[in-house]
Ligand binder design. Structure first.
Ligand code: G6P
Length: 609
């Protein structure tokens, strides 16, 4: 989703802004732009539809030079991707602004501004923000005061970076509902939507809090909280290196991230197990008390993270006996759900900034304990939760989530074990599960090094328009995730069903043009999955089955292609089985020639509704 970069320095900031935009490409966008205050104290701006490279090419032709500037990648919400809708937006050649979020009362503000003689050049909600700031700047003569007054008029979410021609060497940054960090350099400051944009120039960051406004010059940084008081915000050192976001030897980030999974899964376990037991404190100091008292769990998440939650429900209810609901955040936040006493709300999120998940969490107020499973330590979800578990997957750049998902599953497995300890789950079973978890990285390595067969299967999917995925038990959410991956990066329409539901409708679709991808482990459901596959084969369908190597599938015949997977326990199967499905989608996408890492229309971090 939209990305912001800004800089105030003594040097020309254009290359820094451009590199920052490149590093934010993974968030998803459809146009990009830069504006700087040039040495003659005028605003120069270049905007382009399409990739950051198109912007870079234009900058070769028309270089921009200036030591104060803002830049943006836009993911269209209000108005199509076009040069006039791209940010930065400028008012009267005086103020330039970049915005992430949505100004919900933009129509009302636009009407008032038009009545006041402001001229609009875009269809965006953002343009009202720049006009409103220019309006107050004319009245007050001070950019900080102008931004402070303007944001009071905004309903909705925003992160803003603002510069003004009459105040070169100064930038105002503020956030409410959308993330923004300040990078602290030596005699220079930067802003960005996330730290990865700024890693080449600094590793010292301040994470602005809701409602903060920062007044930034080369010599000083003053942060005001939402009440207008000057506040000190801690500078945090990032342990990410600038090349933490490099592709290395891999053709795509997605492939790199698929291959990182064995290591990432080991990292999730690191320091969280002692003598075969999960350490409750891994979730925070109050975790034991919460795990002891909770009576129900409500999981809230979106997209791939929601699928992780669906797997966890199977684990939590079957193994710990604690009732568990799972819901997508965009529904949960609006439907006035009933929350029983002693509920633990678990949010799952790679980014920790997903607008719907955050709104759902905020809607709960203090009616429940809140635990977040997340990959970004400084994110809003983490900061607003009582308990947390970091998934430690490192930056995930491919829009289609892979390592973030498997590490979420491992985190949820630890949660299940920690809660189970307080619920009479016997020690032998707990130890066996942990033992099996330690085996996972090796088993996944084996799958990764034997991907030829998956590649061959991908050939059969290059020219199809639709596919079905099926699974049972914990592998039903994995079928959902497999279908989502295929949709996301190959643009093939894919739906997933619990295998037992096929005959209640989807089986009507089966013919020789609609392949089915099935997953079956040794979890007691295998014979039932086999029967469902027989039903598909009997109707002329072709099946691609990922199955436990110990299962005999020979009776299914030639139209059921089988890829054996390492024998794993039923609990571990979801973490193992999602990996070949990730590879499968990847190989299909490669054959289709799609933009694997930045698929069309998708955003990595969905910070608006
Ligand atoms: C977007 C991403 C998905 C992700 C979902 C939830 O749709 O493209 O990969 O699963 O948001 O994001 P979160 O950061 O909350 O896990």
């Amino acid at each position: 989703m939209c990305g912001i970069v800004g800089a105030v320095a003594e040097r020309n900031v254009t290359p820094i802004l451009l590199e920052g935009l490149r590093r934010l490409e993974y968030r998803g966008y459809d146009s990009a732009g830069i504006a700087v205050i040039n040495p003659d104290t005028c605003l120069d701006r270049v905007r382009r539809v399409g990739k950051v490279q198109a912007l870079a090419d234009s900058l070769q032709q028309t270089p921009l030079k200036g030591s104060t500037g803002v830049a943006h990648t836009r993911w269209a919400t209000h108005g199509e991707p076009s040069e006039s809708n791209a940010h930065p937006h400028i008012c009267n050649q005086q103020v330039a602004l970049v915005h992430n979020g949505i100004i919900e009362n933009h129509t009302e503000l636009r009407n008032a501004q038009q009545a006041n003689g402001f001229h609009f050049t875009s269809e965006t909600d953002t343009e009202v923000a720049v006009h409103q700031i220019e309006y107050y700047l004319n009245q007050t003569g001070d950019l900080l005061e102008a931004v402070r007054l303007a944001v009071k008029d905004f309903d909705g979410a925003y992160a803003l970076g603002v510069v003004a021609v009459k105040q070169p060497g100064r930038m105002i940054a503020t956030r409410s509902g959308s993330p923004l960090v300040i990078g602290v350099g030596i005699g220079e400051y930067f802003i960005a939507s996330d730290v990865t944009a700024l890693l080449p120039v600094t590793r010292r960051f301040i994470f602005l809090e809701e409602g903060d406004i920062a007044d930034i010059t080369t010599e000083s940084l003053t942060i005001y909280d939402k009440a207008g008081n000057v506040v000190e915000r801690e500078i945090k050192e990032s342990n990410l290196s600038a090349d933490a976001t490099a592709k290395g030897e891999y053709r795509h980030y997605m492939l790199k991230e698929i291959h990182e999974q064995p290591l990432c899964l080991t990292d999730v376990l690191e320091g969280r197990i002692h003598e075969g037991e999960v350490i409750d404190n891994s979730f925070g100091p109050k975790a034991s008390e919460v795990f002891e008292r909770l009576k129900q769990i409500q999981i809230i998440a979106c997209g791939t993270s929601y699928h992780a939650g669906l797997v966890a429900r199977y684990w939590l209810e079957a193994i710990t006996g604690v009732p568990c609901n799972v819901e997508v955040a965009s529904e949960y936040r609006y439907r006035n759900p009933v929350l029983l006493d002693d509920t633990l709300v678990v949010t799952i999120s790679q980014s920790g900034e997903t607008a719907d998940t955050l709104a759902a969490l905020r809607g709960i107020g203090d009616r429940a304990w809140k635990l977040c499973i997340c990959n970004v330590p400084e994110s809003s979800l983490v900061r607003e939760s009582h308990l947390t578990l970091m998934t430690r997957a490192g930056p995930e750049i491919g829009v289609a989530s892979t390592k973030a998902f498997t590490t979420q599953l491992m985190g949820l497995m630890l949660l299940m074990l920690a809660i189970g300890k307080h619920r009479g789950l016997d020690a032998e079973r707990r130890h066996a599960i942990i033992e099996a978890a330690y085996q996972l990285p090796g088993q996944i390595e084996n799958i990764l090094s034997a991907s030829d067969q998956i590649e061959q299967w991908a050939d059969a999917f290059t020219d199809i328009d639709n596919a079905i995925f099926i699974g049972r038990g914990t592998l039903f959410p994995i079928a959902l995730e497999g279908a989502l991956k295929l949709k996301e990066i190959s643009y093939i329409h894919a739906d997933a069903y619990p295998a037992g539901e096929l005959k209640h409708g989807p089986i009507a679709l089966i013919d020789s043009d609609l392949p089915t991808v099935a997953v079956a482990c040794n979890d007691g459901h295998q014979e039932k999955v086999k029967s469902n596959i027989q039903e598909i084969l009997a109707r002329g369908g072709e099946v691609y089955l990922f199955a436990d190597e110990s299962l005999d599938m020979s009776e299914l015949g030639d139209n059921c292609h089988v890829m054996p997977l390492p024998s794993v326990s039923a609990e571990m199967a979801p973490i193992v089985y999602c990996v070949p499905l990730q590879l499968f989608s990847y190989f299909v996408a490669i054959r289709k020639g799609t933009d694997v890492d930045q698929p069309r229309n998708l955003a990595k971090s969905v910070t608006v509704e």
